[in-house]
Design a protein around this ligand. Structure first.
Ligand code: SF4
Ligand code: SF4
Length: 356
C-alpha cells in the first residue's frame, strides 16, 4: 500500500526522535486498515497520516478501551495513575473538533479524573484532510477548528483552508496551492515547544483551519432544530425500519470519536481482600446496556436503542454543549454491517417531522 507524502523521511525521523521521550501514536497501516499505533514499536511502521479513517478513533489515547481505575488490598485503595505523556499525530479536522467536544463532555458535569489527566498531559497534532468517503463534517458543524483545538497542525499541501488571513477562503478541489515542503502550524505553547526540533518551517496559528470543500450537493443540517425534530420523531416507523436492519452489534458506538459510554467491572484477586476495578467501553446499542438490578430494561427494543443513540447525539449534546455529538466522520456507516448511514437517518427524521 503506497502512502506517498506520508512517508516523508524527515517526518519519519522526527517522530522517531520524539518517541524516545513520549508515547507517540500515528495512524499506520496494519492488515489493510489504518490503526493508531505507537511509533517505535516496529521499524516497519507504514505511516498513513493523510489517508482514510482509522478503525478506532484517537479517543483511545485518552479513554482507553480498557483501563484500571484502582486496586485494593487489605482495606486500602490504591488509585491507578494514568500516563500523561502521549502525542497523537495525524488527526483530521473532524477528529480535532470531536476531541474538543469529547473533552467538554468529560469536563462539564463531573470531571472524569482519568480522562483529564491523560488529555491535559497529551499533545495532539492535526494533518491536512483530503476528505474520506462517506464523511460529512460540514453538515454537523464540525468542519472548522481554531487555535487551541490543536497543539500542532501539519499542512502537507499548502491548502488555503489554512485561513490565516481570516478571509473564509476554503481549500479543496482545484484551489490547492503547491508548497515545496510541509509546514507546521502551532496552535499552543506546547505545540510550539515540540516543533522546535521539527524539520519543517513553523508558523503560529492565527485563524481557523477548515476541512476541504464538500461536494456541491451537500447541504448543512438545521442543527438548532434537530433536538425538537428528534424528540418529535420518537415512535415513528423510521426507527422500527432501522431496527429491522440493525444487528445490535455496537460497532457504530465503538468506532465513534464522540461516544464515551463505559461500564465498570470488579475483579477479585487470589489473595484475600485484593482486587481491582476496571473501566471498559460499552455501547448503548447492546441489549444489556440499560438493564438494571431486578432485570428491568429501560430500552428493551432495538428501535428504542437506535432512537436513544441519535437523541443523545443530536438532542442532548446539542442542548447541553451547543454542538452535535457527531463530527460527521462517517466511521459508524463505514463499519456498520447493516450499512446504516446517519446522513440518511437525519434526512428521514427531517422528512417525517416535516410532514408531522
Ligand atoms: S453498527 Fe450498524 S448494525 Fe451494528 S449496532 Fe450500529 S447501527 Fe446496528
Ligand atoms: S455518529 Fe458516526 S459519523 Fe457521527 S461522529 Fe460518530 S461515528 Fe462519526
Amino acid at each position: 500500500m503506497a502512502y506517498g507524502y506520508d512517508a516523508h523521511p524527515a517526518l519519519r525521523r522526527w517522530l522517531l526522535e520524539l518517541a524516545a521521550d513520549y508515547r507517540v501514536l500515528v495512524p499506520a497501516e496494519k492488515g489493510g486498515n489504518r490503526i493508531f499505533q505507537e511509533v517505535g514499536t516496529t521499524d516497519a511502521l507504514v505511516f498513513g497520516l493523510a489517508q482514510d479513517r482509522t478503525v478506532l478513533p484517537a479517543k483511545k489515547a485518552f479513554l482507553p478501551p480498557e483501563e484500571m481505575l484502582f486496586e485494593f488490598s487489605a482495606g486500602r485503595i490504591l488509585p491507578a495513575m494514568p500516563l500523561d505523556d502521549t502525542i497523537v499525530f495525524g488527526l483530521h479536522v473532524c477528529e480535532l473538533s470531536a476531541d474538543r467536544l469529547l473533552t467538554a463532555n468529560m469536563t462539564h458535569d463531573r470531571p472524569d479524573f482519568h480522562y483529564l489527566v491523560r488529555r491535559n498531559g497529551g499533545i495532539i497534532a492535526g494533518v491536512s484532510c483530503r476528505r474520506t468517503s462517506g464523511c460529512f463534517c460540514e453538515k454537523t458543524g464540525h468542519d472548522q477548528i481554531v487555535p487551541g483545538d490543536f497543539d500542532l497542525f501539519l499542512d502537507l499541501d499548502g491548502c488555503p483552508g489554512w485561513d490565516s488571513a481570516g478571509t473564509g477562503e476554503q481549500c479543496g478541489g482545484g484551489a490547492k496551492t503547491s508548497v515545496a515542503q510541509p509546514r507546521l502550524i502551532a496552535g499552543s505553547a506546547a505545540g510550539r515547544k515540540l516543533a522546535a526540533s521539527a524539520p519543517f518551517p513553523l508558523e503560529n496559528a492565527t485563524g481557523a483551519i477548515r476541512a476541504p470543500v464538500a461536494a456541491a450537493s451537500s447541504k448543512t443540517w438545521p442543527l438548532d432544530e434537530l433536538p425538537a425534530r428528534i424528540r418529535d420523531s420518537f415512535g415513528a416507523t423510521i426507527w422500527d425500519d432501522l431496527a429491522a436492519r440493525c444487528l445490535g452489534c455496537g460497532n457504530c458506538t465503538i468506532v465513534c470519536p464522540l461516544c464515551y459510554c463505559f461500564y465498570t467491572r470488579d475483579e477479585t484477586g487470589l489473595a484475600p481482600e485484593t482486587g481491582r476495578r476496571l473501566r471498559l467501553w460499552d455501547s448503548c446499542q447492546l441489549l444489556a446496556f440499560a438493564r438494571v438490578a431486578g432485570g428491568h430494561n429501560f430500552r428493551e427494543s432495538r428501535s428504542e436503542r437506535i432512537w436513544y443513540r441519535f437523541s443523545h447525539k443530536f438532542m442532548r449534546m446539542q442542548e447541553t454543549l451547543g454542538h452535535a455529538g457527531c463530527s460527521g466522520c462517517g466511521a459508524c456507516f463505514h463499519f456498520c454491517p447493516a450499512n446504516i448511514d446517519p446522513q440518511q437517518v437525519i434526512a428521514d427524521v427531517l422528512e417525517v417531522t416535516d410532514s408531522a
